[in-house]
Design a protein around this ligand. Structure first.
Ligand SMILES: [Zn+2]
Length: 242
């Protein structure tokens, strides 16, 4: 058992602040309110995810877990720095892929990482009440939901009604694809186009628009390659043009 109240894996600055707070006799609330000082802008948040993913795919992930004291401090609140809309696929565990620990990411997972009512409300909560700095829509290699959207309509019609609704949200992204013969390249393009489309849908929502205009957040995309473990980030406007 780890008796160290502050795990060694906490970033240096945050660890120092938590230790200072404990010495000052701070309450659990005070400790829970301590934000990671390294992340205070959308650009910091992008960098933190890029760095975490590099650690993950190069086999140097910290797999940050918490000691008992720090878990107790988290009872009082959460201060995630980014919200991620990702696919439910079992091969895309978001915190592991970005090498982030408890309390750092606010995650919505739904097949095909599509924007729906509940997911949108969840992201609005992250913006208004958790002050996240970034929203990432993350697709992935070999996405079954996107592959379904490429099937003939008569085959899609055989699926359960609610699943058909998810596929219908993906379908516009794959209808206008340029003809690509290589199957893997075609799937990648379909997944990325779906990410772009969902990013653009999010950007048209009032709460998200306001938060982006004020500089609180940025909305970006990502493509996770299962084989390599690497995430390609779609950050610039030209990357996000459907
Ligand atoms: Zn998927």
């Amino acid at each position: 058992m780890n008796h160290d109240p502050i795990p060694e894996l906490l970033p240096g600055e945050l660890k120092r602040r938590v230790l200072d707070a404990i010495r000052r006799g701070a309450s659990m609330q005070d400790i829970a309110d301590l934000k990671n000082a390294d992340v205070s802008t959308p650009e910091d948040a992008i960098r933190a995810l890029q760095d975490g993913n590099s650690r993950f795919f190069s086999g140097e992930a910290g797999r940050p877990e918490l000691g008992a004291n720090e878990r107790r401090a988290q009872i009082m609140g959460q201060t995630p720095f980014a919200a991620i809309l990702a696919c439910s696929d079992s091969r895309v565990p978001v915190e592991l892929v970005f090498d982030q620990g408890f309390g750092q990411l606010f995650v919505v997972r739904v097949a095909g990482n599509v924007v729906g009512e509940s997911g949108l409300g969840t992201l609005e909560y992250a913006i208004r009440h958790l002050d996240v700095h970034l929203i990432v829509v993350m697709g992935h290699e070999g996405c079954g939901a996107v592959a379904s959207a490429l099937l003939p309509p008569e085959q899609i019609a055989l699926e359960p009604e609610n699943l058909q609704k998810i596929i219908a949200r993906i379908r516009p992204s794959v209808e206008s694809l340029p003809p690509i013969r290589d199957k893997k390249a075609r799937m990648r393009e379909a997944v990325i186009n779906n990410v772009r489309r969902q990013v653009n849908i999010l950007r048209q929502q009032e709460v998200i628009m306001e938060a982006e205009a004020s500089g609180q957040i940025r909305v970006i995309g990502g493509f996770y390659e299962i084989g390599s473990g690497a995430v390609d980030f779609l950050i610039e406007p030209e990357d996000l043009q459907p």
